[in-house]
Design a protein around this ligand. Structure first.
Ligand code: SIN
Length: 379
């Protein structure tokens, strides 16, 4: 006999009892509904979609003694319930549950944390028919890496919206509250399905596959310089410029059975770069290396010989990306007859590192890795 999943039965019961369960202000319990995964909701209005917010920390949860400080504050100081409570308008667009994954500055986000969060999103959001999407609150400094990882590893069609803030919650005109509202709105919207992971900040919706932090300080920092935005937020309503589209070369990876991501180092190319930097990375245990090359992946002649030695004699894949803000590293610019060079295409060094780590975690060999990156190049 056909039977409804537990979450639907629970919601049906709630719906029958009352279409809206809101917090009783005399009650100290902030939650009115717990779903079958143990996620607690601060409101259950059955006419709205459900969204889970996974909080990791960063400036959006940052605090400072000065209302003027946009630097020198403590990132990751405020918990998820405080963030939700600060934006009551969220409850007009969605029922939200919060999961405190961590509360750290984003530089302290690790691949272990990424694996665990992606598994939680796959389980709590993808597998739950009552859940519309996920929001991830995150520090902005390495936000694009987490966003790219989630784009590659959560592939159920539901939106995963990554959001941060450039001003701490205690600053005048803090951007976090509105960014969070917009992120929840995008995650709750049926228009957002089948678009992969997206970054929503400063009224822009950008693909996580391409987005990068372009400015260390200002609020309009997240951009995809060549590829542009997917859409815009106007009066908290998403406007998508195009129907759902998959970035060229994007592949999906399941991490449900992956327990660790092998170490991948990024080496930044510069004039007079020493070959030692490469051999030090190998000696320190890197299983893959990404070069932030000059221009279209360029390194010195001597460094190129060292790379070919590492590829051929140590069996370590090296991906050549670019230290330039945008543009492509085509395979024709880095290939040779003497070693299997890998070009990053349009993936910047940080995104190349995440992809290479995922491929190594799936035990892909050098040829399969080269093949996966070929999808992002034009030759
Ligand atoms: C961080 O990345 O955690 C600090 C900076 C920020 O969130 O903007």
């Amino acid at each position: 006999m056909f039977s409804l999943p537990a979450s639907l039965l629970a919601l049906a019961a709630v719906s029958h009892a009352s279409p809206i369960l809101v917090r009783d202000t005399n009650d100290t319990n902030p939650f009115v509904f717990t779903n079958y995964n143990g996620l607690n909701f601060t409101q259950m209005n059955t006419t709205l979609s459900n969204v889970t917010i996974f909080a990791t920390g960063g400036t959006i949860a940052g605090s400072s003694g000065s209302a003027l400080a946009t630097t020198g504050y403590t990132a990751g100081a405020v918990g998820i319930l405080t963030l939700i409570d600060a934006v009551p308008e969220i409850l007009n667009v969605s029922n939200v549950a919060g999961v405190q994954v961590s509360n750290v500055g984003s530089e302290d986000v690790t691949s272990t944390l990424l694996l665990s969060m992606s598994k939680q999103i796959n389980t709590f959001v993808c597998e739950d028919l009552t859940m519309a999407g996920a929001v991830v609150t995150h520090g902005t400094d390495v936000l694009e890496e987490t966003a790219f990882f989630l784009d590659a590893t959560v592939n159920c069609g539901k939106p995963v919206v990554v959001v941060g803030a450039m001003r701490p919650s205690t600053a005048i005109s803090a951007d976090g509250p509105y960014n969070l509202l917009e992120a929840v709105t995008v995650a709750a919207s049926p228009l957002s399905r089948d678009r992969g992971s997206m970054v929503v900040m400063n009224d822009r919706i950008v693909s996580s596959y391409y987005v990068t932090k372009t400015n260390a300080n200002t609020m309009d920092t997240f951009k995809a310089p060549e590829m542009g935005n997917l859409g815009e937020m106007i009066s908290d309503t998403p406007y998508f410029f195009y129907p759902p589209v998959k970035p060229t070369g994007k592949r999906a990876y399941s991490i449900m059975n992956i327990t660790s991501i092998p170490r991948v180092d990024i080496l930044f190319a510069y004039e007079d770069m020493s070959n030692d930097t490469l051999y030090n990375a190998v000696a320190s245990g890197a299983k893959g290396i990404v070069i932030a090359g000059a221009g279209a992946g360029g390194v010195s002649t001597s460094f190129n010989y060292a790379m070919e030695d590492v590829i051929n004699n140590h069996g370590i894949p090296i991906v050549q990306s670019t230290r330039a803000m945008s543009g492509e590293v085509p395979i024709s610019d880095v290939s040779s007859d003497t070693a299997l060079h890998i070009a990053s295409g349009y993936l910047n060094p940080m995104k190349s590192r995440i992809l290479l780590g995922l491929l190594l975690a799936h035990n892909k060999n050098m040829t399969e890795i080269a093949d996966a990156f070929l999808g992002s190049t034009d030759d």
